[in-house]
Design a protein around this ligand. Structure first.
Ligand code: ZN
Length: 421
C-alpha cells in the first residue's frame, strides 16, 4: 500500500462509491428481465419510472431538475456567483436495448449524478455550474433514429419531423413523448437548449481492450468513422447439371472471391480497421441452379477519414477486379465521419486518471454515443471503464464495481477541473 501524497485527489473522497453502486442496482430493477438484463426502451412506462427515480435522487441532493420538449433531463448544481456561466455537462441515457444490460447509458447518468452531487456536498470551489443530463432515446431500438435527445439539443432534429414515427406496435412517437412528459408534471420545461462550456460522458467500453490490458480507465480521444455499403453482383441463372463452368456467369463464385480478396486488401497489420461482411444473400437460392444475383454488405470502420476513403477506393478496385463475367455495383448506404474529441478535455481526463493513480490508456470508441453527436458543436470527451469480456447490448453485460467507482471519480475530478477555469 502506498500513502497518497497530500493534495492528490483520491477516489474515496471525490465520490460516494457505495451510493453510486446502490443507485445503479436500484435503477436496474426498472425494466429488469428474468435473465438478469434490462428492457427499458425509450418513452416506455419503464423509461418514465427511471426518470422519476433519478429526478427524486437529484432533488434530495438539492439539485435543480428540469426537462425539455423531448424529455431530456437536466440536474444542475449552480455554485454561488456562477449563475451566468456556461455549465460543464455530463451524462448519457436511461433507455436500453430490448435485451440490454444494466450499465449501457445508465452508468453515465448515475456517475454524472454522483459526480455533480459530490461536488456540491464537498463544497468544492467552482466557477461554473455542473449539470448531469439524461438524453432521450439514445438507442433508437423502439423509435428510429437513435441519439434523438442529443440531436434535438443541436437543433438537428425537430419534434414535428419525428412525431408520426411509429414503434413496432404502431404507437406514435408524439403520443409516447406526451405520456413521458405528463409523468413528471412538476418538472420545469426548458424552452431553449443552452450553450455548453464542455461535456464529458462516462460509459462502459463495450469492447474488450481495457479488460484484456488490465486497465481501469479509457481516455477516449474520439469515435471512429463508419461506412455501410451494399454490393450487388449480377450474373445469370443456369442449370447446375448441364452448363459447363466456362460458359457460366456465376454470381456466387464472383462474390465469394470478392469477399476473400477484400479481406486481404483491407488487412491492417495494426488491427485498427474494422471490416465486416455481416450479410450475404444469394438468389434464386436453389441448390441446383447457378446464382444470378448475390448481395452482401460491408461495414467498414476506422478513426481516420483518409483511411476510410482509401479503403473505399480499394473496395471499388477489388470488386471490379473480381467481378469476372458478372456485373457488380456498390451502393454507399451510410457514412459517418470520425469524431475527434476536444484536446483540452481529453488531456483533463488523462491527467485526472493519472493523478488518481489509475492505470489508463488512450483509445477510440468503436460505438457511437451522445457525446459524439454533441461534439459537432461543443467541446466534448468521454471516460471509459472496462466491462466483462467486452459484452454490451446483452443481458450479461457487467463490470467490476471497483472500476465503476474509479470511473465516476475520474469523471468528478474532470468536471471539477473543467468547471474551475
Ligand atoms: Zn450507451
Amino acid at each position: 500500500l502506498t500513502t497518497p501524497s497530500p493534495g492528490k485527489p483520491r477516489v474515496d473522497t471525490l465520490i460516494d462509491g457505495e451510493r453510486l453502486i446502490s443507485r445503479l442496482r436500484t435503477l436496474a430493477r426498472i425494466g429488469a428481465r428474468a435473465d438478469g438484463g434490462v428492457n427499458r426502451q425509450a418513452l416506455t412506462p419503464e423509461d418514465a419510472a427511471a426518470r422519476k427515480l433519478v429526478v427524486g435522487w437529484a432533488r434530495e441532493a438539492g439539485l435543480a431538475a428540469e426537462t425539455d420538449a423531448i424529455g431530456n433531463l437536466y440536474l444542475r448544481h449552480t455554485p454561488a456567483g456562477a449563475d451566468n456561466a456556461e455549465p460543464i455537462v455530463s451524462g448519457s441515457h436511461l433507455d436500453s436495448q430490448p435485451a440490454g444490460g444494466w450499465l449501457d447509458g445508465a452508468y453515465g447518468v448515475i456517475a454524472a449524478l454522483e459526480a455533480v452531487q459530490s461536488l456540491k456536498e464537498n463544497g468544492t470551489a467552482l466557477s461554473r455550474p455542473v449539470e448531469a443530463v439524461a438524453w432521450t432515446n439514445e438507442e433508437g431500438s423502439r423509435f428510429i433514429p437513435g441519439v434523438m435527445g442529443s440531436s434535438f439539443y443541436l437543433d438537428r432534429l425537430s419534434i414535428g419531423e419525428i412525431a408520426d414515427k411509429q414503434d413496432p406496435d404502431g404507437v406514435r412517437f408524439g403520443e409516447a413523448l406526451g405520456e413521458l412528459l405528463a409523468s413528471t408534471p412538476d418538472l420545469p420545461v426548458r424552452e431553449q437548449p443552452r450553450p455548453i462550456a464542455g461535456l464529458v460522458e462516462a460509459h462502459i467500453e463495450q469492447g474488450p481492450i481495457l479488460e484484456a490490458e488490465r486497465l481501469t480507465i479509457g481516455v477516449v480521444e474520439g469515435v471512429q468513422g463508419m461506412r455501410w455499403m451494399e454490393i450487388t453482383v449480377r450474373g445469370r441463372t443456369d442449370h447446375a447439371g448441364t452448363t459447363p463452368l466456362r460458359q457460366r456467369r456465376d454470381a456466387m463464385l464472383a462474390a465469394t472471391a470478392m469477399v476473400q480478396a477484400l479481406a486481404d486488401a483491407l488487412h491492417d497489420p495494426d488491427d485498427i480497421i474494422r471490416f465486416t461482411v455481416g450479410r450475404f444473400i444469394a438468389r434464386p437460392g436453389a441448390p441446383n441452379t447457378v446464382a444470378d444475383e448475390v448481395t452482401f454488405t460491408i461495414d467498414l470502420r476506422h478513426p481516420d477519414e483518409d483511411v476510410l476513403e482509401r479503403s473505399t477506393e480499394k473496395i471499388r478496385r477489388t470488386v471490379a477486379e473480381k467481378a469476372g463475367a458478372c456485373d457488380a455495383d456498390i451502393e454507399l448506404q451510410e457514412s459517418l465521419k470520425p469524431v475527434r474529441f476536444d484536446q483540452r478535455i481529453v488531456e483533463t481526463v488523462a491527467s485526472a486518471a493519472s493523478d488518481l493513480g489509475l492505470p489508463a490508456r488512450r483509445m477510440v470508441s468503436g460505438a457511437g454515443h451522445d457525446a459524439a453527436v454533441l461534439a459537432q458543436r461543443y467541446p466534448c470527451g468521454m471516460v471509459f471503464v472496462p466491462c466483462h469480456k467486452g459484452i454490451s447490448h446483452h443481458p450479461s453485460e457487467d463490470a467490476d464495481e471497483a472500476d465503476l467507482i474509479a470511473g465516476a471519480a475520474v469523471l468528478a475530478e474532470t468536471l471539477r477541473r473543467l468547471a474551475s477555469d
